[in-house]
Design a protein around this ligand. Structure first.
Ligand code: URA
Length: 268
């Protein structure tokens, strides 16, 4: 194949891949796996954490103004749950089928009083083995973005997932699994009371926004979860798969915006 033809072929392949990703995000179902993945999108908001004071806000709220002024739940200085008590409530959980295949529960990691809280989808293989979120390849990228990009230590932020046990084959968590784990995610958010939540990828963003989203459309825009500003961005695993300068730039923009917002009004 001549250089030009090969380059054209590569370009067609790149475009086709991008189209498949975009159509997948738009809910086009290709395979049994994709149908499972789509199922989580219709999970919608589940019940709030035990003792939670607010329900899920109207999902469409474009937040620019509202999240900045809305009272946070339950309030940074109010007495609130601790991560230890949420972890204790979770126990050696058998609430859904995911416990059957897990090696370890992956609860969360980082600063219990972090200004920035990252929510991913669910543990992968390395996370399941080590009991820590985002320690595989996607985790390495996330850690680099936090440390080299934002100039923070990973231990300055808090990182957790929608579900705390690894879904088989790293599939997207199913609605009943998300539902079973939701009180613990809400408990973590209440306990940490971050200034900003970064939602990594479509499932985390759809869950927090209470509606099925196209991550390509909503990333980079402000939303709100129980009074806390939410910045959706691409999942690091997606960025690894589509490792383009443009995708890296977009995530970088989103993370910078999240950091800046988390510092607004914070004591110097
Ligand atoms: N992907 C996630 O969503 N979470 C992890 O902890 C690791 C990979």
């Amino acid at each position: 194949m001549s250089g030009t033809v090969a380059e054209e072929a590569r370009e067609i392949l790149r475009s086709a891949r991008a189209l498949v990703v975009e159509l997948g995000e738009e809910g086009v179902e290709w395979t049994a796996d994709a149908r499972e993945a789509a199922a989580v999108r219709s999970a919608g908001p589940a019940r709030p954490a035990p003792g939670a004071q607010a329900s899920v806000p109207p999902p469409t709220a474009p937040v620019a103004a509202s999240a900045a002024t809305a009272p946070r739940t339950p309030g940074r200085d109010a007495p609130r749950r601790t991560l230890e008590s949420v972890r204790e409530d979770l126990g050696e959980c058998t609430r859904c089928r995911l416990h059957e295949g897990r090696q370890r529960i992956v609860f969360g990691d980082g600063n219990p009083a972090a200004d920035l809280l990252f929510v991913g989808e669910g543990p992968g293989e390395q996370e399941d083995l080590q009991g820590l979120p985002f320690v595989g390849r996607a985790g390495e990228l996330l850690t680099n973005m936090i440390e080299k990009g934002l100039g923070l230590r990973r231990s300055d932020v808090y990182i957790c997932n929608i579900v705390k046990c690894r879904p088989p084959g790293n599939r997207t968590p199913l609605p009943d699994e998300v539902f079973a784990c939701r009180p613990f995610l809400d408990g973590q958010i209440d306990a940490v009371a971050p200034r900003v939540i970064v939602a990594l990828g479509k499932p985390a963003t759809s869950l927090l926004l209470g509606r099925d989203v196209s991550i390509t459309r909503v990333r980079g825009t402000w939303h709100d979860y129980r009074g806390i500003p939410v910045m959706p961005t691409f999942h690091p695993a997606f960025v690894l798969r589509q490792y383009t300068a443009e995708n890296r730039r977009l995530v970088w923009e989103d993370l910078k915006a999240a950091l800046a917002r988390s510092r607004e009004g914070a004591p110097q």
